[in-house]
Design a protein around this ligand. Structure first.
Ligand code: SF4
Length: 381
């Protein structure tokens, strides 16, 4: 039986953060969230019938802020997932939460439903930085929520942090990294702030004092080194895990494994086809309620050509610290990796890429500029 991952998008947040361009709506009403979960369950039930031949080994309930859902809604959602798909007994089931939206009781409920991994957005331990980012919580509120998760029996926890924030210095980042490590989460994700269109930060971008590229590079190296010293292995550009705690669901994205997604703006990759739904909750709920086929609410659908599959394989695998195994590449595509991407030799000479044990992978310095290098090596193929 083939394995499958499931992603469930919960597009609600208490309020929109200043930097966020994910599809999510602030200030949801109880009626809206309940109606949305009913539509999701209808959709999940319909799609489940088409994938009875697969074993679901990961579920990721992301957003948005899934922890804004009521206890009844989360129960209905998990019950529906379990009755619609063959979910493996040892499946990794993750949920994203934000400080201030979880209690010990909620954590206990998650655990009783089989949720065994929680990802919490902290971003910074500095209350001024949190305020500037438009987060809904202080560092103290994070501490209470983290304790509630632990007291509720959740021991596999990821904490998200961000760097390269306006006015941030490396010393500020060190404070965040060191404080986060004191909680001993099993996993830490560290993202560089990007100013995206359709965000509040984009509107005021000319007034933001962002660290320059050298400072950003210094921050990235500092956080990688510090996390490594604290026992977190970097297994992807932005992801660090204690031994045995890599996020299996997210690895599916980078290893081109299959995943099926539900909700507005959610992206799927099934049977060689990539597709996504429109980022419009009204349209999504309306279409599902009126029994329309999901293809009516698609934003994009695309089957990769053979050539695109090769480049995508490289783009995704090079995000991983393991990089590309040249023998596996050859047996999968029947061509030599370095013959196809000869420019990598130049980057290897300059210390951005390392070639060892039959694998090509980015060094830390290479990770920092990996977007640039990948677009260079994939150009004109
Ligand atoms: S809580 Fe997360 S998803 Fe919601 S607005 Fe903030 S960054 Fe975006």
């Amino acid at each position: 039986m083939k394995n499958l991952g499931l992603y469930i998008h919960i597009p609600f947040c208490v309020k929109k953060c200043n930097y966020c361009d994910f599809y999510s709506l602030g200030c949801p009403s109880h009626e809206n969230t309940e109606e949305y979960v009913r539509a999701l369950c209808t959709h999940i039930g319909r799609e489940g019938k088409k994938h009875r031949d697969k074993i679901v080994d990961t579920v990721f309930i992301g957003g948005g802020t899934p922890s804004v859902l009521s206890e009844n809604s989360i129960k209905s959602l998990i019950t529906c997932l379990k009755s619609s798909f063959n979910i493996a007994e040892d499946a990794e089931i993750s949920i994203e939460v934000n400080p201030g939206t979880v209690t010990k009781e909620k954590a206990m409920l998650y655990r009783s439903l089989g949720i065994n991994r929680v990802s919490m957005g902290l971003q910074s331990v500095n209350d001024n930085e949190l305020k500037m980012l438009g987060r809904i919580h202080t560092f103290d509120e994070f501490k209470s929520s983290y304790k509630a998760l632990r007291d509720g029996g959740i021991d596999n926890i990821n904490i998200d942090i961000m760097y390269a924030l306006p006015n941030q210095k490396t010393a500020d980042l060190i404070k965040t990294v060191d404080s986060v490590c004191e909680f001993e989460p099993s996993h830490i994700s560290a993202y560089c702030l990007k100013i995206e269109e359709n965000t509040h930060f984009y509107k005021i971008k000319d007034t933001l004092c962002l660290p320059d590229e050298d400072e950003q590079y210094n921050m990235y190296l500092t956080l990688c080194d510090r996390l490594e010293k604290m026992g977190y292995e970097q297994y992807e550009i932005s992801n660090f895990a204690k031994k045995g705690s890599r996020c299996v669901h997210n690895l599916k994205y980078w290893l081109s494994c299959e995943y099926l997604a539900f909700g507005p703006s959610a992206h799927s990759f099934v049977d060689g086809v990539r597709y996504s739904y429109k980022g419009d909750i009204k349209e999504y709920v309306g279409a599902i309620k009126s029994g329309q086929e999901p293809n009516k609410i698609l934003e994009a659908e695309y089957t990769l050509t053979e050539e695109e599959k090769i480049d995508e394989y490289v783009m995704l695998r090079m995000r991983l610290a393991d990089g590309v195994d040249t023998e596996k590449f050859f047996s999968r595509f029947g061509i030599s990796f370095i013959d196809r991407y000869p420019k990598l030799k130049k980057y290897e000479k300059d210390g951005y890429v390392i070639h060892q044990n039959g694998k090509y992978a980015f060094t830390k310095k290479g990770f920092f500029v990996s977007n640039f290098i990948l677009s260079d090596i994939l150009e004109n193929i």
